[in-house]
Design a protein around this ligand. Structure first.
Ligand SMILES: [Mg+2]
Ligand SMILES: [Zn+2]
Length: 198
């Protein structure tokens, strides 16, 4: 059996969303100091790793494209994440970031791109490069675009609901139906490993 992967969104799944005081919304961290892993994430990732899944991050990070932070800051936040995971013995096979935004202001990073979720491009590329079986793979995210991305790639999907509940109602009409909902990553991992045992 070829290897399955668990594709993971970052903000709101691995790390806490951060309250932006200007907008009143929960958003991505804007500095390494603001990156805080959600409780239970490390043991949950360790369980997936032990079960043989390739862990692959798939994250839209448009803040440089939008002129809200530097590329270096995005890189530092990424390095902080990698360090925390490495210290805990967690190894990701790949980190896929889309740095673009259709309404961005930064030349070279603005306009349409092929990689921004809900595009399944990163998942399909990882499948080809790493010989993954998408039939045995999952996508976990907290936004409708994560679920659309997973469905477009033909993997099963789990939507994390904890952050969404805290950030209030969403605009209607953007929903995609996930195969499962879970409160947090730990509960999502229960679903994945429970499915495998059947
Ligand atoms: Mg997210
Ligand atoms: Zn992109």
């Amino acid at each position: 059996m070829s290897q399955g992967a668990v594709f993971l969104d970052r903000d709101g799944v691995l790390n806490e969303l951060v309250l932006n005081r200007d907008t009143g919304r929960l958003e991505s961290p804007l500095s390494p100091a603001e990156l805080r892993l959600i409780d239970g994430v490390i043991p949950a990732l360790a369980r997936l790793q032990s079960a043989g899944y390739a862990l692959i991050l798939v994250s839209n990070q448009p803040n440089f494209a939008l002129g809200k932070c530097s590329l270096e800051t995005l890189s530092q936040i990424h390095q902080e994440l990698v360090t925390e995971l490495f210290d805990a013995g967690i190894y990701f096979a790949r980190y896929c970031y889309c740095l673009h935004h259709p309404g961005g202001v930064t030349p070279g990073y603005s306009g349409l791109c092929i990689c921004r979720k809900p595009s399944p491009w990163f998942l399909l590329r990882a499948r080809d490069d790493l010989s993954l079986s998408l039939r045995h793979s999952w996508m976990i995210g907290d936004q409708p675009t994560d679920i659309q991305c997973g469905r477009a790639a033909g993997v099963r999907t789990i939507q994390i609901t904890a952050g969404i509940e805290r950030s209030g109602p969403r605009p209607a009409g953007r929903n995609a139906v996930a195969d499962h909902c879970a409160r947090d990553l730990a509960q999502a991992v229960e679903i994945i490993l429970g499915d495998r045992a059947n």
